[in-house]
Design a protein around this ligand. Structure first.
Ligand code: F6P
Length: 541
């Protein structure tokens, strides 16, 4: 079955035609309750989707599409631990990472929840020992810096969450994240640290990732170059998070200092696995548990709420609506919280590595558009940069505004001003300003067209009481399930990432020519061969 050939898809296409340029002003005028009616709740998140270009009929048709795509059954299959990642023949069970200790989920004869809590228990013990000073460096000094080395899903989750939850972190600990193979990243992260007081958490699901192993090697050399450190120091300064015990041992990290997870946790869905270890050390096990409970609350909502009241389902369907029926190519994520400055980067991997695909799970080419580009910056900075295009550009960019009732730091009226900006932006996008309204202000006629704000630009507003570990967990789980919903409708395997492999293989093949170990001329294409030549000349090789 190709979703684009279904009656439900056809009905949406027709409905889109009929809706035409119907303006949000008209929709709000016709329905005074719209602003409260088209809202939902997931955990503590109040989600307003009233400023979307939809009518009740649109929502009915989108929900019919969801039914047709088998979404309800696919959600159930994920929670049952079925192998819904078909191209890798794996279950998809990040939701099991947040299940309470008394839950049970048996997959291939094993209770995965028990395994999860066994690792969580070890993580808590380790985090407590580092935080209390019981875990010491090789010369007996306490650990004052924790550096996570990992990339992609083994970096972005804890890095984003550490930034988000800094206010909950132990301020006496320095916590850093090294991901890039650019030596600058490692050099800058360690330049002011003392190796004898630094703990590295090497995080890699596969433990084969070039960037991570190279940075981990640099870290080991950095430690071993320091006074008094020999091989025995490695055990006091390195722990690993991985699914690959053999590779961890081969690297020289004692598997007793390893925290495991499982192949049913995808890299970009792994932040609530042991990949969150550096975060747990930073914020402490208690706050970490609150975060897991936040995830679990929205997981439960996704699993049990009827599709029509299921917030991630509705938001996922709205994303399909704009991508496929309005030609929207991108989606802005605009957190009105400086603490969420890394959220857009985190969501880029989550959304684009999951649904940036042009082949369906069954191997056939897709016939509809998939995977929009996610991007964004914290408000209000974005307002003074790219919001011009959001308001008056020629392209539709659905936007998510994310804000909080209570500030983490209450400085006079600053938080009220921040939130006033957020609400105003969403409203201005939706309702705009007509030529008559602009002219009525006394604007000179030649300037009127420049000042018209077309409006009718869709946005979701997500409002949470306060940025806490729990609400952060709820927010991330919400997006995970939005991505799931879109992937099901688009008939994708949202859990593989074959598209990133070719570049990795080619870089490995090319490296010897750059280092000068092999002659420059290989069997590269003309452009690459010339670039290698230029590079070697610059490096004097
Ligand atoms: O290159 C893509 C990717 O495989 C991501 O999916 C993953 O999160 C990242 O690399 C890191 O992989 P690993 O945790 O195995 O080092």
């Amino acid at each position: 079955m190709d979703i684009a050939t279904t009656e439900e898809w056809g009905a949406l296409a027709e409905h889109r035609q009929a809706l035409g340029a119907t303006h949000l002003r008209e929709l709000f005028a016709a329905d005074p309750d719209r602003g409260t009616r088209l809202t939902g709740r997931a955990g503590d998140l109040y989600v307003d989707f009233s400023k979307h270009r939809v009518t009740d009929e649109t929502l009915t048709l989108l929900l019919a599409l969801a039914e047709r795509s088998g979404l309800g059954e696919r959600i159930a299959a994920m929670f049952r631990g079925e192998r819904i990642n078909t191209t890798e023949d794996r279950a998809v069970l990040h939701v099991a990472l947040r299940m309470p200790e008394d839950a049970h989920l048996v997959v291939d004869g094993r209770d995965v929840v028990r395994d999860v809590h066994e690792v969580l228990g070890r993580m808590r013990g380790f985090a407590d020992r580092v935080r209390s000073g019981e875990w010491r460096g090789h010369d007996g000094r306490r650990i004052r810096a924790v550096v996570n080395i990992g990339i992609g899903g083994s970096d972005l989750g804890p890095a984003m969450a550490y930034t988000a939850l800094r206010d909950h972190s132990d301020r006496d600990l320095t916590v850093r994240f090294v991901s890039n193979i650019d030596p600058t990243d490692f050099a800058e992260a360690t330049r002011d640290l003392d190796p004898a007081e630094t703990l590295f958490v090497v995080s890699s699901k596969t433990f084969t990732t070039l960037e991570t192993l190279t940075n981990a090697t640099a870290a080991r050399n950095w430690l071993l170059r320091s006074p008094g450190a020999d091989e025995s120091a490695v055990a006091r300064h390195f722990v690993a998070v991985s699914t690959n015990t053999d590779a961890v041992r081969d690297f020289g990290i004692d598997p007793r200092n390893m925290f495991g997870f499982w192949d049913w946790v995808g890299g970009r869905y792994s932040f609530t696995s042991a990949i969150g270890l550096s975060l747990m050390v930073a914020i402490g096990p208690e706050a970490y548990d609150e975060m897991l409970a936040g995830f679990a609350a929205v997981d439960e909502h996704f699993r049990t709420a009827p599709l029509a009241a299921n917030v991630p389902v509705l938001l996922g369907l709205l994303n399909v609506w704009y991508r496929d029926f309005f030609g929207a190519q991108s989606h802005a994520v605009l957190p009105y919280s400086q603490y969420l400055s890394r959220l857009p980067a985190y969501l880029q991997q989550l959304t684009m590595e999951s649904n940036g695909k042009s082949v369906r799970a069954d191997g056939e080419p897709v016939t509809v558009d998939t995977g929009e580009v996610f991007w964004g910056e914290p408000g209000t900075n974005g307002q003074h940069a790219f919001h011009q295009l959001l308001h008056q550009g020629t392209t539709v960019v659905p936007a998510d505004f994310i804000g909080f009732g209570e500030p983490n730091h209450d400085l006079g009226e600053m938080h009220d001003l921040l939130m006033a900006n957020m609400f105003a932006q969403s409203s201005a996008l939706a309702f705009g300003r007509t030529a008559e309204e602009v002219a009525a202000d006394g604007t000179p006629p030649e300037l009127v067209p420049h000042k018209v704000m077309p409006g009718n630009r869709p946005s979701t507003v997500i409002l949470a009481p306060r940025l806490t570990p729990a609400t952060l967990g709820q927010l991330v789980a919400l997006y995970e399930h939005v991505v799931f919903t879109q992937g099901v409708v688009w008939q994708l395997d949202s859990f593989d990432q074959w598209g990133v492999e070719l570049g990795k293989v080619m870089a490995r093949e090319l490296a010897p020519a750059l280092t000068g170990r092999e002659p420059a001329a290989g069997d590269q294409d003309g452009s690459t061969a010339a670039l290698v030549e230029q590079y070697r000349r610059m490096r004097g090789r």
